[in-house]
Ligand binder design. Structure first.
Ligand code: SIN
Length: 287
């Protein structure tokens, strides 16, 4: 019997390779260690976990974040908060397109985002991200999660052999809509990580390159690496590896950045979207 069964979690798979919803849990009440451990195990198994209909305070969000590891520190303290909401607590980031006095009040404000692994540009990327929805547009702004495990397992062996043991370079490109944009390098530097990452808790291998932030393969000329990388991106983004999350207010999602990447679909610029985001700190360089 696995731990999730012992703690009697109601776990419903959301797609063949990635994503599960845990139902009938109010995270304001969930504190006993066996339930917390069962949630953690379900997350390792399914990579993305969804809880619907949550009414979390910022303190609740930070407590739940701590179920999965050490809460990640923000490089800048949160400064902004929209009218009608309280000031953000340390280590909570706001993702929002809301503007006050013409200025965006949150990070990653507008529209579509290409597939990426959060913080892959850092030497020790944060393991996981939690996102809690407070206001959502009437359509769009879906978050798409692709399983790096499944994509690795089904990757063309000829491509896999060429990239096995190789490292890739990554740039901070969050605000960008095109590959190869390296404007973030001056402020954030660049990182080098294995193309295929071994998950330190599950031991499984996953594809660890993405269209938004991966700039190239170390010691491989672009005329060779670009076609290979584009083939890996096209493969990894296939719908068969993806769970597309359509947000409702009160959803909490946690995803594992070690073995999945995510993207965002476009949404109406004149409709408000407001999410609170926390992360789990990483402990080691990807290997
Ligand atoms: C992100 O890429 O971290 C943001 C995802 C979203 O806004 O849905």
């Amino acid at each position: 019997m696995n731990v999730a069964t012992k703690a009697r979690l109601d776990v419903v798979q959301l797609s063949p390779h990635i994503g599960a919803e845990i139902r009938h849990l109010d995270l304001r009440e969930t504190r006993d260690p066996s339930t917390v451990e069962a949630i953690h195990q379900a997350w390792l198994e399914h990579t993305v976990i969804l809880f619907r209909n949550q009414e979390l305070s910022q303190e609740d969000l930070l407590r739940v974040t701590g179920y999965f590891g050490e809460v990640g520190k923000l490089s800048r303290p949160p400064e902004f908060f929209p009218k009608g909401y309280s000031r953000l607590l340390p280590n909570i980031m706001m993702i929002s397109n809301i503007r006050e006095n013409g200025e965006t009040i949150g990070a990653l404000p507008d529209g579509e985002m290409m597939y990426h692994h959060d913080m892959i540009h850092a030497a020790i990327p944060h393991y996981a991200t939690l996102l809690y929805s407070m206001e959502i547009p009437s359509y769009g702004g879906d978050t798409l999660f692709a399983s790096g495990y499944a994509a690795y397992e089904k990757l063309d062996p000829a491509i896999r052999t060429k990239l096995e043991g190789r490292n890739a370079v990554h740039h901070y490109n969050y605000g960008s809509t095109q590959r190869g944009d390296n404007r973030g390098v001056a402020a954030h530097g660049e990182s080098v990580h294995p193309v295929f990452r071994t998950h330190d808790e599950t031991g499984r291998k996953a594809i660890y390159v993405n269209r938004l932030m991966t700039a190239g393969i170390v010691d491989m000329p672009p005329e060779e690496s670009e076609p290979l990388l584009n083939a890996v991106f096209d493969h990894s983004e296939k719908p068969e590896f993806v769970y597309a999350h359509v947000w409702r207010k009160g959803d909490l999602l946690i995803w594992d950045n070690r073995c999945s990447m995510h993207a965002r679909t476009d949404f109406p610029a004149d409709q408000r979207r407001l999410m609170l985001r926390t992360t789990i700190k990483g402990n080691e360089r990807p290997r």
